[in-house]
Design a protein around this ligand. Structure first.
Ligand code: ATP
Ligand code: MG
Length: 276
């Protein structure tokens, strides 16, 4: 998949938005990229999609250096889908159906298949009702779900999600988490940025922490989040399950359910007895 060697990106001469970063996306199946505002996450994604070109360093996809001619970018984007942080950037047509159909027509699908894929994709984001709506009439969260539907419909092998749950209500957030998990179960590879540390802790297996364009720590999620100093340096917060481990002397649980099971196994009986 993607391998990044010593990538530096500068929008202008003064500052480096990305500063000599190296990454290997074969290190995990669902990879998290975390960092505070302005740390370079979206700039990184734009470099991966070939929207921006590295100032220095190189990006390899399937062992080949990215090329920027029309055909190479078309092939890359057939394989790699992105959900931009800002859904407005993603949506080109005024009607939801036309917008979703555009990319599918581009890859040569016929009308019938396009319809099937769009219906399935909108269903996955609980957005069946959007199908005949003008895009401008949708709320921010609804537009975001349409943008996610568009990568589901494309059936890309690798999906970049830039803040996919920002601005979504709890039910939509849950739906997106389920979608990410089911994409993973279908063998897709997912790279996700988020400010929601609980989300990253829940679904990712490997994570990179960016701070002012540099990677300050990387590794398996449970190893990275135990490193409170680096998480604080990056201006981020520990996931709540890690806080419980740090502050209450409880084991480090990976899932909420693990905590509940541990609790009922160790204390549940006693508490019940006391209550009686
Ligand atoms: N078009 C641009 N022109 C100049 N500087 C830019 C441009 N886009 C981003 N930057 C700068 O590059 C740096 C990285 O920005 P980027 O958008 O990649 O951060 P981010 O980690 O995605 O932040 P956020 O969490 O707010 O989405 C920031 O300092 C930002 O001000
Ligand atoms: Mg961003």
């Amino acid at each position: 998949m993607f391998k990044i060697n010593n990538l530096t990106y500068q929008y202008d001469k003064k500052r480096k938005a990305l500063d000599n970063i190296s990454m290997d996306f074969d290190k995990g199946d669902i990879i998290g990229i975390i960092g505070s505002n302005g740390s370079g996450k979206s700039t990184l994604f734009n470099n991966l999609m070939g929207i921006l070109k590295p100032t220095e360093g190189e990006i390899l996809y399937k062992n080949n250096k990215l090329k920027y001619d029309k055909k190479s970018l078309y092939n890359l984007r057939k394989d790699v889908g992105i959900v931009f942080q800002d859904p407005e950037k993603q949506i080109f047509y005024s009607m939801v159906y036309d917008d979703l159909a555009f990319a599918l027509r581009n890859i040569g699908l016929d009308r019938k298949n396009i319809k099937v894929r769009i219906n399935k994709a909108l269903e996955a984001v609980n957005g069946e009702d959007f199908i005949d709506r003008p895009v401008h009439s949708l709320s921010f969260g609804q537009k975001k779900r349409v943008a996610i539907a568009s990568v589901i419909a494309m059936e890309n092998n690798l999906i970049l999600l830039d803040e996919p749950t920002a601005g979504l209500d709890p039910e939509s957030t849950k739906a997106i988490v389920e979608i990410i998990k089911s994409m993973y179960n279908k063998g897709k590879k997912i790279i996700i940025t988020s400010h929601d540390m609980n989300l990253i802790y829940d679904i990712c297996d490997y994570t990179y922490v960016l701070n002012k364009g540099k990677i300050i720590v990387e590794g398996k999620v449970e190893e990275v989040f135990i490193n409170e100093e680096k998480i604080e340096e990056a201006g981020l917060e520990l996931p709540w399950l890690v806080k419980l481990n740090k502050n209450m002397d409880l084991p480090l649980f990976r899932k909420e359910e693990d905590l509940y099971n541990y609790w009922s196994e160790n204390f549940g009986m006693n508490l019940n007895k006391i209550a009686k």
